[in-house]
Design a protein around this ligand. Structure first.
Ligand SMILES: NC(=O)c1ccc[n+]([C@@H]2O[C@H](COP(=O)([O-])OP(=O)(O)OC[C@H]3O[C@@H](n4cnc5c(N)ncnc54)[C@H](OP(=O)(O)O)[C@@H]3O)[C@@H](O)[C@H]2O)c1
Length: 339
């Protein structure tokens, strides 16, 4: 074969690879490393079975669905949040739909803002199961209000709950993982821990802080390769997060979750979370376009990202002010995809 022909073949292969990657990207609902792990990696069913997993925020949304999918894998579960009746309901459903027995699931009430109680709660888990293989820091709240209409108490609450509450619980569990040289700390962050959006400045701040904390912690744990620190960053997912968002005052929530149909199904988000946990991925982005494309822009082309974010942000504020769901402009793109 002549050199010229060989070069043509190589160029064609490169072009083909580019087209395949582009097609993969257009259809993606998570970052490409995560989807690659889904396609060829270790399965949650093989990796997580028989583990002891502590899930915070297990009374609703992502944490609740995580409890259902984990229970089917045969893990021992600790379910934490503030609302005990909701946790008991989740426990009952886990027992109905899995082979777990009553003794395999501990309902452990926990308020993330009550940091003084976290050590006692950690000891209660250890007393029940003897170890904690995975801590899933999932509990949290969001915000829907412009900075100028938001009291300082809202900013304080978001930091105390989303950031300090998570840091506190992690600090209680970590010594036991270090002792065993083994464990996973999985934190449900958000795309808003990487990018930014109007109406959520306090939420963004709390999630950016979490990402900084866990990235820093990971570097400190480099001498413990058996301890995995993982940031899970979802985009919009079906749950009560918007309804429970703080609306300018700590005593006021949005109350209405709006149209959920355009958001990612909770079950798909959780399946991708489990794949990330099974494959020890350090950070994953779970979202459909246009949000996934925007986060890639933030990572690789920040100048363009700001231009687009400002355009999208302007629309978000207009929607919010006129009383429709802040993200309704993307409904049509995503609904078309879902239909
Ligand atoms: N859904 C999304 O679009 C989305 C996107 C990106 C990231 N996330 C993140 O995903 C996580 C779960 O949210 P979700 O979407 O599942 O919302 P959700 O349905 O509102 O669930 C939030 C959970 O957090 C718990 N929680 C709230 N305040 C708490 C406190 N003081 N102490 C302990 N637990 C508390 C709630 O339980 P109690 O009220 O019973 O305490 C509930 O179980 C959050 O960290 C959120 O930031 C969600």
């Amino acid at each position: 074969m002549s050199w010229e022909l060989l070069l043509w073949v190589l160029a064609l292969c490169a072009l083909l690879l580019l087209v395949v990657q582009l097609l993969r990207f257009l259809r993606a609902d998570g970052d490409l490393t995560l989807l690659w792990a889904e396609w060829q990696g270790r399965r949650p069913e093989w990796e997580l079975t028989d583990m002891v997993v502590w899930v915070t925020g297990a009374s609703s949304g992502i944490g609740e669905e995580l409890a259902y999918q984990l229970s089917k894998l045969g893990v021992s579960l600790v379910l934490s949040a503030r609302r005990v009746p909701e946790l008991e309901r989740v426990k009952r459903r886990c027992l109905e739909n899995s082979n777990l027995k009553e003794k395999d699931i501990l309902v452990l009430p926990l308020d993330l803002t009550d940091t003084g109680s976290h050590e006692v709660a950690t000891k209660a888990v250890l007393q029940e199961f003897g170890r904690i293989d995975i801590l899933v820091n999932n509990g949290g709240i969001s915000q829907r209000s412009l900075c100028m209409d938001t009291s300082l108490d809202v900013y304080r609450k978001l930091i105390e709950l989303n950031y300090l509450g998570t840091v506190s619980l992690t600090k209680c569990v970590l010594p036991y993982m270090i002792e065993r040289k083994k464990g996973k700390i999985v934190t449900v962050n958000s795309l808003l821990g990487i990018i930014a959006a109007p109406l959520s400045s306090g939420y963004c701040a709390s999630k950016h802080a979490l990402r900084g904390f866990f990235n820093g912690l990971r570097t400190e744990l480099a001498t413990y390769p058996g301890i995995i620190v993982s940031n899970i960053c979802p985009g919009p997912v079906q749950s009560n997060i918007v309804a429970n968002s703080l609306a300018g005052e700590v005593t006021k929530t949005i109350g209405n979750g709006g149209d959920q149909s355009y958001k990612m199904a909770t079950s798909r988000c959780v399946r991708l979370m489990l794949i990330s946990m099974a494959n020890d991925l350090k950070e994953v982005w779970i979202s459909e376009h246009p949000f996934l494309a925007v986060v890639y822009l933030w990572q690789y082309m920040p100048t363009w990202a700001w231009w687009i974010t400002n355009k999208m942000g302007k629309k978000r504020i207009e929607n919010f002010k006129s009383g429709v769901d802040a993200d309704s402009s993307y409904f049509n793109i995503l609904k078309r995809k879902h239909d």
